[in-house]
Ligand binder design. Structure first.
Ligand code: FE2
Ligand code: FE2
Length: 349
């Protein structure tokens, strides 16, 4: 990564623990996906992806220069948001492209096509964010970045659960920012935000595709396994979101949003949406889950500030671990999902 003014990346652009990783999975197992259980839904989704509703949306010529000057802290917040989003979209592209390639070799042309079309969308998203970065004078060499980073291997069912959730949480993040900026147009300081509404529909479709793929594997969204997978992935995706949003709150404040409230709204909506795919979801009626989140974020901040104080760090780590466990064990409720039922494609609001 280079900036036009600097040979070394600025500190706010360094990658840390929360930065998205690159993933791969059990391709042989993926190639055994039994689409016949979901044939009508599969055809409908492939048709939607082929229709390519956003073909003209991501206009390569649209100017992405910022509309107003930002002070150095604000500029750093905006740029690190762009970098993280761009890397995250690009890691989606790599996963889908690789799956598409391998499924083609495994003689599953239909599945390969579906993944190729999702890779197309993610490449557009990453490309658009990359253009916004170039407008800031920053160039990331994405292909080189993927070569340098470790690739994390996940079992197929982990990929199905975690990608489903990251697509749906991505949908809610984009749409909630879009709604907020439509209500507060003075805060829309970059033309990039004008593109979020149709953009989030891509993520929504990808999420629905993963829901369909989960349903192709009997037993994956029911029984003890389904309950454990639901709990683990809802908890870990929510935790990562809370730590990222609250730790990097300046970007959201720059948009005129309260980071904690934005995080809470995204989590509540994603949890509600996950009822269509997972057998259980968290009970978020009361404040308990978010009180624990506040304590987790607070402890996390203290931990980061306690470099060079081993005893204090040890105490904070123990506290953090205890809070993690309590949040993980928060009550869940049945979503009323019937595993055998064919999935209806419902548009989100
Ligand atoms: Fe995307
Ligand atoms: Fe996506």
């Amino acid at each position: 990564m280079t900036t036009s003014t600097d040979a070394a990346p600025a500190p706010h652009l360094r990658e840390d623990l929360l930065t998205p990783r690159f993933y791969t999975t059990e391709i042989n197992k993926a190639a055994r996906t039994d689409l016949e259980r979901q044939r009508p839904v599969f055809e409908a989704m492939l048709g939607e992806m082929e229709a390519d509703y956003n073909r003209d949306h991501f206009d390569r010529k649209a100017p992405l220069q910022r509309l107003r000057a930002l002070d150095p802290d604000q500029k750093a917040a905006y740029e690190s948001y762009l970098v993280r989003s761009c890397v995250s979209e690009f890691s989606g592209f790599l996963l889908f492209k690789e799956l598409s390639r391998q499924l083609q070799s495994a003689q599953r042309p239909e599945l390969s096509r579906l993944f190729n079309l999702m890779a197309r969308d993610e490449a557009r998203h990453a490309g658009f964010l990359n253009r916004a970065l170039v407008a800031e004078g920053i160039e990331i060499d994405l292909p080189a970045l993927s070569g340098k980073r470790p690739i994390t291997w996940f079992p197929l069912n982990w990929v199905l659960y975690s990608v489903y959730l990251s697509e749906k949480i991505g949908y809610w993040r984009y749409i909630l920012i879009d709604r907020h900026l439509k209500a507060n147009p003075d805060n829309a300081f970059a033309p990039l935000f004008d593109f979020f509404e149709p953009w989030c529909q891509d993520e929504n479709r990808h999420g629905d595709i993963f829901n369909m793929l989960i349903r192709c594997w009997p037993g994956l969204n029911s029984g003890l396994r389904g309950r454990l997978l639901s709990r683990f992935f809802l908890w870990s995706v929510f935790l990562t979101h809370s730590l990222t949003v609250c730790e990097r709150g300046n970007f959201y404040r720059l948009l005129g949003m309260e980071p904690d409230r934005f995080d809470e709204a995204v989590l509540r909506q994603t949890n509600r949406t996950a009822r269509r795919a997972f057998p259980v979801v968290f009970m978020l009626d009361g404040p308990a889950f978010f009180q624990l989140r506040d304590q987790l974020v607070d402890t996390y901040r203290q931990l980061r500030a306690a470099q060079g104080q081993p005893l204090r760090r040890l105490r904070l780590q123990a506290r953090f671990a205890g809070l993690l466990l309590r949040q993980f064990l928060q009550p869940m409720e049945a979503s009323g999902l019937s595993p055998s039922r064919s999935q209806a494609v419902e548009p989100l609001p």
